[in-house]
Design a protein around this ligand. Structure first.
Ligand code: COI
Length: 368
């Protein structure tokens, strides 16, 4: 049975002019809409008390279990203004299912897919004026859940809180789609076999920060993760999946590292495998190691490399640095295939080209 959502409208909504000023230059994750969704779970009642409420702080007991032990997961997806004025999101069922898989890995309860999607529908409907009308912008949706049990015992919580907040988003990286310089981290790993690499859990991001800081100390923008065992196989970049373009022109071959269990199964990653195929490229999930990247780059066989994710869409890699090597990718420029894929995906998401895979999910119809 799907949940009924109570609704309390905010009495402190921003004025149109205040909101428009934010939407003109939202950055990423800095401003939040007028409302949020909350749903509680307890061992005896299951999911209950679903509600739309004004956006605002939440009070937590200092002994709230997840603050201490990190039982906390999240998702990221976007609501896009369509060319006809309606609002749609992209493959929300994929996020709902990944949220369930992340919950299972962290011994948390599964939120039914229909409640996950209903929460998004209600929030975006009420805060629809916050969805920007610009192909380079969207409303970023952040569903998350954490244990609210009070106590210091290390065990799965007997109470959880699901929240959904929304934040207007422009470019994730301050320099837009400018190529990023990456640091190959041999000292730190993101995820090991049997660990939580496949789950979108808060701890994975906390554990990445020191390597990210090291990347910056080495003059780079982002860290690239290698596998935990050999420290040799390329896995991901920061919080994004990676793609390699081999050759060029119509005969280019496009590859991404396979989901070995320690990589995050990105929705953008999965979608680009299909978009690239639709554009006529050959695509494959293939392992690639540090030497293959360096040598392929030197010979010209690897022509472009980019990272992908919901937040930043597609970001080119311009330069690679490690303790013992460094090389420039695609002359430090954004390659043609990278640009084409990015443009194609954004056009599907904003409804300006055909959605041949039924990926778009309407949240708000065009106004009459
Ligand atoms: C994304 O690429 O969408 C991410 O997961 C980054 C996010 C944590 C801001």
């Amino acid at each position: 049975m799907t949940l009924d959502f109570a609704r309390t409208q905010s009495s402190a909504r921003l004025s149109d002019s205040e909101r428009e000023a934010i939407l003109a230059d939202p950055g990423f994750g800095q401003y939040f809409t007028d409302h949020m969704i909350q749903i509680k779970w307890s061992a005896d009642q299951g999911w209950h008390d679903a509600a739309l409420v004004p956006y605002g702080p939440i009070a937590l007991d200092p002994a709230t279990n997840s603050i201490h032990y990190g039982q906390s997961i999240f998702e990221g997806l976007k609501a896009y203004r369509q060319t006809d004025g309606s609002i749609a999101t992209f493959r929300p069922l994929e996020n709902a299912r990944r949220f369930q898989r992340s919950a299972a890995r962290l011994a948390m309860p599964a939120l039914p897919e229909e409640d996950f999607i209903r929460a998004i529908e209600i929030l975006v409907e009420v805060d629809q004026a916050w969805v920007p009308d610009d192909i380079e912008k969207a409303l970023y949706l952040r569903p998350f859940m954490f244990s609210t049990e009070v106590g210091l015992g290390v065990r799965p919580g007997n109470e959880y809180l699901f929240l959904l907040i929304a934040s207007p988003a422009g470019a994730y990286f301050p320099r837009g789609i400018h190529p990023v310089n990456v640091w190959l981290s041999k000292e730190y790993v993101r995820a090991a076999p049997g660990g939580t690499g496949e789950a979108k859990c808060a701890g994975n991001y906390a554990a990445s920060l020191i390597a990210q800081a090291q990347a910056i100390d080495n003059g780079c923008d982002q860290v690239v993760w290698l596998d935990a065992i050999e420290r040799y196989w390329i896995e991901e970049m920061g919080g994004m999946n990676l793609y390699f373009v081999h050759g060029s022109g119509d005969s280019a071959h496009i590859s991404t590292p396979p989901l070995t269990g320690s990589l995050l199964p990105g929705v953008t990653r999965d979608s680009l495998l299909q978009v690239a195929k639709d554009l006529g490229y050959s695509v494959a999930e293939e392992r690639i190691n540090v030497d293959q990247w360096r040598e392929g780059n030197a010979s010209g066989e690897i022509s472009e490399v980019f990272a992908c994710g919901t937040a930043a869409v597609i970001t080119p890699v311009g330069h690679v640095k490690s303790t013992d090597a460094n090389w420039t990718v695609a002359g430090g420029q954004t390659g043609q295939v990278t640009l084409e894929l990015r443009d194609q995906l954004l056009q599907i998401q904003h409804g300006s080209i055909a959605d041949s895979h039924n990926w778009m999910y309407q949240l708000v119809p065009p106004s009459a």
